[in-house]
Design a protein around this ligand. Structure first.
Ligand code: PEP
Ligand code: MG
Length: 569
């Protein structure tokens, strides 16, 4: 039936009944206060009751989710206990305001102050202050907060925004899906949903209006789609997929803690692709051996302003610390094409995928690039950080990046700031030009990572957004496979590691080809890590090479697909 689309924020498939969480009515009457002492007493009791309730919620969250998530709520208690904040409210009450108005005024002043900050983390605190204000107002007005810990089994929560206090008691046995109208990949709601492994689709326009209370829906958190009032066939298909997902997940647990090896004992590296610091935790939770691609553009997309050097440094440093010395490949800003960031003021182009994007933009905007490279260099002192350059078309781009890195590293060494001046610098191979020049690039790059998503599009000269030609977009096309084979050969010949971070790295049909070509590193979505380890374990080199020999004789994508399917059956 009807399908709504949003941000695929937490993977999995949930089938359930919509429960719309309306915001509680917190309107209050502004009255003149005669007895200021009594009114202050009323406010302090409300703050105390709120603090007790919030600490209780934090304990529930600690048990169900984890320490980091509990800390968000504990932070609320600390914030509202701030003597300066309470004194400000008391002063307003002394001046004749009622407790509700004093609370409102002071919280809104703090929220506005946080909103004006130029770092992302401080800006986020504005939402926290407003959440605290609602919690204390509920106590003052005697309004019961929405209690999501007692919803019936099979509930899909639909709300404008899922604030931390609302998610506190959230029970993954009862809540099978979350749909919100706001939030992005790094919003609190997304972080919590992923931590609880509840499928979530965020930023669905008008979700509260479009999804009526009691309606049945399928929440596909992997695809970012909500199917409303599914018919019997859609429900049956979803149940089959759900069961298949469950069984697959269960069976994959035996690969936890294992090395990633082919059936004949050849070890490769298996990394995860991330778009935020929180995703780095998901890589660790899914037993990834490192990060093969940190898409930093998400840090730039989440806020309304450019993240400062400090914002970026903290994000890269935290991700590096979470990886605890394991490799973390951070890609420099890859915007343009389908990824627009309004405040960067990119002009409309007739052909954005061929236009001013990725490394082309960064080399032209040294101010933006300098901020990022400096943040990356500083983070390199906290782990095995490696820098990767997107959309490279030739060695001169790599040389320019290296020159900038050298310059900033020299600045840091003069200033006494710690950084790894020999930070490895690699290139993404995702243009035909880079693939054809792979031998020259391999002589100057520390590593390669093949971006099959773009390499397929550019090799086939296909705009994926164009329905008329989408049929040509296939990594199974022999042209793309030949390109990948020669890139891996060039990297191997030069003795540098060659990885793959496009979607094709996790495709079980293609994995025997990658094994036979000699790929040394696979980087996949965190949820695909164990499945990829299992797929790699299923092939030995002899079998993989025999299949690759036949496949590379094929001249159409259908022939390739038929051979690969037959071999995996
Ligand atoms: C790719 O192009 O394969 C890739 C991994 O980069 P992105 O999908 O971010 O363009
Ligand atoms: Mg790409």
């Amino acid at each position: 039936m009807a399908a709504l689309e949003g941000v695929a924020a937490s993977p999995g498939l949930g089938i359930g009944t919509v429960m719309v969480i309306a915001e509680p009515c917190l309107a209050y009457e502004v009255v003149e206060v005669a007895d200021a002492e009594a009114e202050k007493g009323r406010l302090h009791s409300a703050i105390e009751a709120f603090s007790v309730l919030t600490r209780e919620k934090a304990e529930v969250v600690r048990g169900r989710v984890g320490d980091a998530e509990a800390a968000i709520l504990e932070g609320h208690v600390l914030m509202i206990s701030d003597p300066f904040m309470v004194a400000e409210m008391d002063n307003l009450i002394d001046a004749g305001q009622c407790a509700e108005a004093a609370l409102d005024t002071v919280c809104e002043t703090f929220a506005a102050m946080f909103e004006a900050a130029d770092d992302d983390l401080t800006r986020q605190r504005a939402a926290d202050v407003r959440d605290i204000k609602s919690g204390v107002l509920c106590q003052l007005l005697g309004v019961r907060e929405v209690d999501v810990s007692r919803v019936p089994r099979g509930t899909v929560l639909v709300t404008h925004d899922l604030v931390p206090s609302m998610t506190a008691g959230l029970d993954r046995d009862n809540v099978v899906g979350i749909v919100t109208e706001t939030g992005g990949m790094t919003s609190h709601s997304a972080i919590l949903a992923r931590a609880l492994e509840i499928p979530a689709v965020l930023a669905v326009p008008d979700a509260v209006q479009e999804l009526p209370e009691g309606a049945q829906v399928i929440v596909d958190g992997g695809e970012g789609v909500v199917t409303v009032a599914p018919d019997e066939a859609e429900l049956a298909a979803a149940r089959v997929r759900q069961e298949a997902l469950r069984r697959e997940k269960e069976a994959l647990q035996r690969f936890v803690g294992k090395k990633t090896v082919t059936a004949d004992g050849c070890q490769v590296e298996l990394f995860g692709n991330i778009g935020s610091v929180e995703d780095a935790r998901a890589v660790v939770d899914n037993d990834g051996e490192g990060v093969g691609l940190f898409r930093t553009e998400f840090l730039f997309m989440d806020g309304g302003a450019m993240p400062t050097e400090e914002d970026q440094f903290r994000a890269y440093q935290q991700a590096a610390l979470i990886m605890k010395g394991r490799p973390i490949i951070i890609r420099t800003l890859d915007i343009g094409g389908d990824k627009d960031i309004p405040y960067l003021g990119l002009e409309k182009e007739d052909n954005p995928f061929m236009g001013f994007r990725a490394i082309r933009y960064c080399l032209a905007r040294e101010d933006v690039f300098r901020t990022q490279l400096r943040a990356l260099l500083r983070a390199s002192a906290f782990g095995d950080v490696r820098i990767m350059v997107p959309l490279v078309t030739g060695v001169e781009e790599l040389r320019q990046v290296r020159a900038l890195i050298r310059r900033y590293a020299d600045e840091f060494s003069r200033e006494g700031v710690a950084c790894n001046k020999d930070v490895p610098v690699g290139v993404m191979i995702e243009t035909p030009a880079a693939a054809l020049m792979a031998d020259a690039l391999a002589a100057e790059a520390d590593f390669f990572s093949i971006g099959t998503n773009d390499l397929t599009g550019y090799t086939m000269a296909v705009d994926r957004g164009n329905d008329r030609v989408r049929y040509l977009y296939s990594t199974f096309n022999p042209a793309v496979l030949r390109s990948i084979r020669s890139v891996i050969a060039a990297g191997t010949e030069a003795g540098i590691p060659v990885g793959m971070c496009g979607e094709a790295a996790a495709d079980p049909l293609l994995i025997p080809l990658w094994i036979s070509f000699g790929l040394t590193e696979y980087s996949v979505g965190p949820a695909s890590i164990l499945a990829t380890r299992a797929a790699i374990a299923g092939w030995n080199h002899e079998k993989a090479r025999a299949l690759a020999a036949a496949v590379m004789e094929a001249v159409t994508p259908d022939e390739v697909l038929d051979l690969l399917k037959a071999a995996s059956a």
